[in-house]
Design a protein around this ligand. Structure first.
Ligand code: URA
Length: 331
């Protein structure tokens, strides 16, 4: 199998994978029409309309029957479980309007913004959170070495998330990697195991890495913006982000990656200090702590939105090109 074909297969863009994924989601609905692999074979960022419609239909997850969520997070999806728990279903369920089967030319059932950490109903900003970054304790984190930093995170009590965590989730991989992937925060599995991206989303992330001929732990370091699981997978609060950020800053300083990939809206917004949507942040090179940053979709979102996988592949290609440039054409 040619390398490109193999990469697409690994990323789940090849016809066979889509068929499997679609079958898992909704049975055999319209999957014969799907030829996403062909559509993206030359780094195309669009899927043929009929295929896109079919994938969009197939992308409606079984948990769509659950009630509409009040808050959503892409952190750990329920898509893989045949019978999602009620909390998983809450996180995954689209709104009532989105549950209706779309026509072929209607927009796909999800956008990344449906998985927003910031709800359409604005949360009240507590007075004590307004100046959270200014109040975050300043200490010696920027001077710590790897072992001291890992220990510091393990015993961290800088915010209230320490109260309910099972484990801190520090990060995993090659500490001298060129590639650094940054997600949002640990989910339930990560909290239990103390490692980032170990659930279904992690599996897809591993496939995405494979498509780039990378692997977890080999020239890749994976971390989250937040090191402790927010209870019930709620959205991290601004003061929690502010108090945790020095750890990530230090990790970036120690790894010295040549490229950072921000996975999903929360990671992108936190790193880039913006409220921009994923759509507005994708497709160009940003910067964090002097390192080029590419924004792409969160793998948990991609598990439910097959139609955006081709865009994620385009993002990864941009990341690879940017990395090559940053590495001075070494690779
Ligand atoms: N989602 C994330 O953003 N990070 C994890 O570690 C797991 C799921």
């Amino acid at each position: 199998m040619a390398l490109d074909e193999y990469a697409l297969e690994e990323l789940g863009l090849a016809p066979r994978w889509v068929r499997k994924g679609a079958a898992a989601a909704v049975g055999s609905v319209a999957v014969e029409a799907v030829s996403v692999g062909t559509a993206v074979a030359s780094h195309v960022t669009e899927v043929a309309p009929s295929a896109e419609a079919a994938v969009a239909r197939a992308g409606v997850p079984p948990q769509a029957e659950a009630p509409a969520p009040t808050r959503t997070s892409p952190r750990e999806p329920a898509a893989a479980a045949p019978q999602p728990t009620s909390s998983e279903a809450r996180r995954a369920a689209p709104s009532e309007a989105k549950r209706a089967q779309p026509d072929a030319d209607e927009p796909p059932p999800f956008t990344e913004d449906d998985f927003a950490w910031f709800d359409s109903v604005a949360e009240p900003v507590l007075p004590q959170d307004i100046d959270a970054p200014a109040r975050a304790p300043r200490d010696d984190i920027p001077t710590l070495d790897w072992d001291a930093l890992a220990e510091r995170v393990k015993s961290c009590e800088r915010c209230r998330l320490c109260e309910k965590r099972t484990n801190t989730v520090f990060g995993v991989g090659d500490r001298e990697a060129d590639w650094m992937l940054i997600g949002e925060a640990p989910g339930e599995n990560e909290d239990r195991q103390g490692e980032p991206f170990v659930g279904q989303a992690g599996k897809l992330l591993d496939n995405m890495l494979h498509a780039l001929t990378l692997a977890r732990g080999e020239n890749v370091y994976i971390a989250n913006v937040i090191k402790c699981r927010p209870p019930g997978n709620r959205n991290p609060e601004p003061d929690e982000v502010a108090r945790c950020e020095p750890y990530l800053q230090r990790q970036v300083a120690l790894v010295k990656p040549k490229i950072i990939v921000a996975l999903g809206r929360f990671a992108a917004q936190s790193l880039l200090k913006t409220e921009g949507s994923i759509a507005s942040l994708r497709g160009r090179v940003h910067e964090y702590e002097g390192v080029p940053v590419i924004v792409t979709y969160h793998p948990a979102y991609l598990l439910r939105s097959l139609h955006d996988k081709s865009k994620a592949w385009a993002d990864l290609c941009l990341a690879r090109d940017t990395w090559r440039k940053a590495a001075g054409g070494e690779s």
